[in-house]
Design a protein around this ligand. Sequence first.
Ligand code: HEM
Length: 64
Amino acid sequence: MGKAFLKVASIYFTIGVLAGITMAIIHDFRLASVHAHINMLGWVSMAIFGLIYHFFRKQPTRSW
Ligand code: HEM
């Protein structure tokens, strides 16, 4: 589950950064909030979810 979130996060990161670079090159910042949300929700949040799933796994319960 953690790895899946990190994979999705990296896809959002690629899209978000490409959008940022494109905005900067063409000097058109109308999509700045779209860029911000792709990066913050897509990349940052998904990466945090992935790390939490990875590092806070459910401990196996003991049968004795
Ligand atoms: C190569 C990477 C990036 C480039 C070239 C880039 C470029 C830009 C540009 C041109 C703007 C608009 C600035 C303006 O309106 O004057 C912007 C805004 C913003 N970017 Fe990026 N960005 C990059 C990566 C990131 C990343 C990784 C994040 C978050 C994790 C991020 C978060 C934001 C936020 C929160 C804003 C403000 C949006 C707003 O004012 O509505 N950016 N970025």
